[in-house]
Design a protein around this ligand. Structure first.
Ligand SMILES: *Cc1c(COP(=O)(O)O)cnc(C)c1O
Length: 458
């Protein structure tokens, strides 16, 4: 068969959008460890989880068996506003690097929220609405998740209460206003509105906050208010499931042109975009049908996979959430506020943690200044101004392409470009002014935080 001409940008027609999410847990021989009740140390039952999360989302969270879970029509209709997202061949980048490698990126920044988070936000808001709830509460770090959720809630007519990590609330006033424009209420965290916020402020006065702390406040608020549930934008199994649309579309697009990737790269905060991007490919690897080299890229300032411990830990600083077995730096770990990206979470998705522990995936950590160097390079060469988080993946994609230049290997590299960086101009400004520094935790910092892991670990 004659080789098909591969377009620069691959947009799939609507009928090539997935009708079901792919659940990678179904193909894992060893399943991710169950969520534990912090009080009893026993696995959380669906009933217990339903106090915090929406019913259907709890089912998805606990579903280790079904390979595909149908995407409701209403969610698919919403996806059609901005999906399928383009898969772009980075010709200019390849040329500039002088590499024989072929580089593709799946671009998730082409919606107003500016990131992949909308894929799960609409799903979670949909199930909340279906359950007849009044609203949802959540936390947001860099602001992308809060923005995505406020968009989804506005679309469905749900109330949305966002606790925004204080340093971002102050650093990113425009993000905050986008959320308010979509009707969300935004509170800087830690706040005096919750018991846990008051406690954290008493213990760490003047703290810049952390995602873990904002999560505690959002959970407390959801459980106190009638008709509210808490929703989380990353880490959980359900979020990785929803984000599988990224990987499914990528796979369909590549298959359409007979392209087989060798290396698949994604940035990893809580693990949702990476988990979603690699899921269908990992499924093939788990079933022994194909092999791929997966690379998770995390910040050196918050290195949960590369320097953390695989253990049960709290998802939040306030220790109100269920325990999750994951690679963690300890729920008391508060990453340096000088770090600009939204990858400041102490733990990693249980699914990815298990896959990493089994040696099915590699992880690398990169420093912030190297990440911004790669971001600037990419912006100038490929045009898109990337989010700092996404630029972690860019950095390693460039490293891999340079390796190919040295070895002459014509590898196909695919990476997830999770979002745009328009709201990150304070961080870009620091970089441009040469005022950006790299704060890397010491072994002692990490050990001190890990010493506070919950007792269930024996
Ligand atoms: C939130 C975010 C991430 C990291 O979250 P994951 O759950 O690890 O995917 C990466 N990139 C962007 C643009 C984000 O908004």
């Amino acid at each position: 068969m004659a080789e098909q001409k591969i377009p620069y940008k691959i947009y799939l027609e609507e009928n090539e959008m997935p009708k079901a999410w792919y659940n990678v847990r179904s193909d894992m021989k060893k399943k991710p460890a169950p969520l534990l009740n912090p009080g009893t140390g026993k696995p959380m039952t669906a009933e217990e989880l339903e106090h915090v999360f929406c019913k259907e989302l709890v089912e998805q969270e606990l579903n280790n068996d079904d390979r595909y879970i149908e995407i409701p029509t209403e969610i698919r209709d919403f996806y059609k506003m901005y999906r399928p997202s383009p898969l772009v061949r980075a010709y200019c980048l390849e040329k500039k690097l002088g590499t024989p490698a072929k580089i593709y990126y799946k671009f998730e920044g082409n919606n107003t929220s500016g990131s992949h988070k909308l894929n799960s936000a609409i799903a979670q808001a949909y199930y909340a609405k279906k359950q007849g709830l009044k609203g949802v509460t959540t936390e947001t770090g860099a602001g992308q998740w809060g923005t995505a959720l406020s968009m989804a809630c506005a679309y469905l007519g749900l109330d949305c209460k966002v606790f925004m990590v204080k340093c971002s609330y102050e650093q990113k006033p425009f993000r905050r206003e986008v959320m308010r424009t979509y009707g969300a209420s935004v509170t800087p965290s830690p706040s005096m509105e919750t018991e846990i916020g008051k406690k954290i402020l008493a213990e760490y006065p003047g703290t810049n906050g952390s995602l873990g702390c904002a999560i505690s406040e959002a959970v407390e608020t959801a459980t106190k208010l009638d008709g509210y549930r808490y929703v989380l934008g990353s880490v959980l199994n359900q979020v990785v499931l929803h984000q599988s649309v990224i990987g499914l579309e990528t796979k369909t697009a590549l298959e359409k042109y007979g392209i087989k990737p060798d290396v698949i790269i994604g940035c990893a905060g809580g693990g949702s975009n990476l988990g979603g991007l690699i899921s269908p490919f990992m499924g093939e690897k788990l079933r022994g049908e194909a092999d791929y080299h997966f690379i998770a890229v995390e910040p050196a300032s918050c290195p949960s996979l590369t320097r953390g411990k695989y253990a049960y830990d709290f998802c939040d600083t306030g220790e109100v959430c269920p325990l999750l077995k994951m690679y963690t730096l300890g729920s008391q770990f508060i990453p340096s506020p000088s770090h600009a990206g939204g990858l400041r979470y102490h733990g990693m998705s249980s699914i990815l943690s298990e896959l990493y522990d089994e040696g099915l995936m590699e992880a690398r950590s990169v420093t912030q200044t190297d990440v911004f160097k790669a971001a600037e390079y990419f912006a100038r060469v490929e045009g898109i101004l990337p989010a700092p988080e996404s630029s972690h993946a860019i950095k390693v994609a460039i490293d891999e392409a340079i390796k190919c230049r040295e070895t002459g290997e014509e590898k196909t590299i695919v990476f997830g470009l999770t979002g745009t960086g328009y709201f990150d101009m304070v961080a870009y400004g620091q970089y441009n002014d040469n005022k950006m520094s790299d704060t890397i935790p010491t072994d002692e910092d990490i050990a001190a935080s890990l010493a506070k892991l919950p007792k269930v670990n024996g």
